[in-house]
Design a protein around this ligand. Structure first.
Ligand code: SF4
Ligand code: SF4
Ligand code: FES
Length: 246
């Protein structure tokens, strides 16, 4: 059986380095299979996070040959196995051990966003009426598996470390799903402009390019949010009209 070499980052919060492991590879394998083989036979203390092995739990995020990807959805036949395949933890979050990072910042960010606040029911039986077109608009955002690959690749977080001022593409998608929901009544535009830092995004689309769920993060979530913020706060006629109307 052929073998391939995997350069896996081993270490913790204080230090770490790539370490090479050779393992047998066969048709149909994904990177997570190789990592598990190495864990089982050569490095029992190798830490990696995974749950579903089906691209749905968002746990196995890593940087494979420098690109943020799900280990369970990266087939070895997509990679050049004539050279070592690098497998590193996400770099936008603090390392815990080996391929595991501390992504808890994301869950703290989520708590800061005003939750879904529906209007009163439209009918006496407690149900609502919505247009299908309005539902279709937000359905895409609900595919998110919270893998945080988009957060990892975003230069505002990864390179500029604006974690205190910018919620990142994942949570702009989440905010868009709420803001555009046909039943929601909460207003998150002031937070988006200030505390959530939507203005930091310069629409490079790196987040969109790595999303395993193919969510059009920039075009369908971030740009419409930016437009809403501009309309609300920087469009003078609209601002005057709203002032006058109270
Ligand atoms: S488009 Fe915006 S949110 Fe997405 S990676 Fe670029 S700067 Fe970050
Ligand atoms: S938007 Fe896409 S890349 Fe970002 S967390 Fe959700 S599924 Fe992952
Ligand atoms: S193990 Fe669940 S997404 Fe990879």
């Amino acid at each position: 059986m052929p073998t391939a070499t995997f350069s896996i980052w081993r270490g913790d919060a204080s230090h770490g380095a790539l370490k090479d492991y050779s393992t047998e590879v066969s048709e149909g394998m994904v990177v997570l299979d190789a990592v598990h083989q190495i864990q089982a036979a050569q490095a029992g203390d190798l830490a990696c996070r995974w749950n579903c092995k089906a691209g749905k739990c968002g746990s196995c995020s890593a940087e494979i040959n420098g690109k943020p990807r799900l280990m369970c959805m990266t087939r070895l036949d997509q990679l050049d196995l004539t050279r070592p395949v690098t497998v590193e933890p996400m770099r936008a979050f603090p390392p815990v051990k080996d391929l595991v990072t501390d992504v808890s910042w994301n869950f703290r960010v989520k708590k800061k966003i005003k939750p879904f606040t529906p209007r009163p029911p439209d009918a006496p039986d407690g149900t609502w009426r919505m247009a299908q077109a309005d539902i279709d608009r937000v359905q895409e955002f609900r595919k998110c598996i919270e893998c945080f690959l988009c957060q990892d690749v975003c230069h505002v977080l990864r390179d500029h470390h604006k974690h205190e001022e910018f919620i990142g593409p994942r949570y702009l998608v989440y905010a868009a799903a709420l803001e555009m929901h046909p039943l929601d009544t909460a207003d998150r535009l002031d937070e988006l402009r200030q505390a959530f830092g939507v203005g930091y995004c310069n629409i490079t689309k790196c987040c969109t390019n790595v999303c395993p769920e193919d969510i059009a993060i920039t075009d369908n979530a971030i740009i419409p949010l930016k437009e809403r913020v501009v309309d609300e706060f920087y469009e003078p006629l609209g601002w005057l009209w709203r002032k006058w109307k109270g």
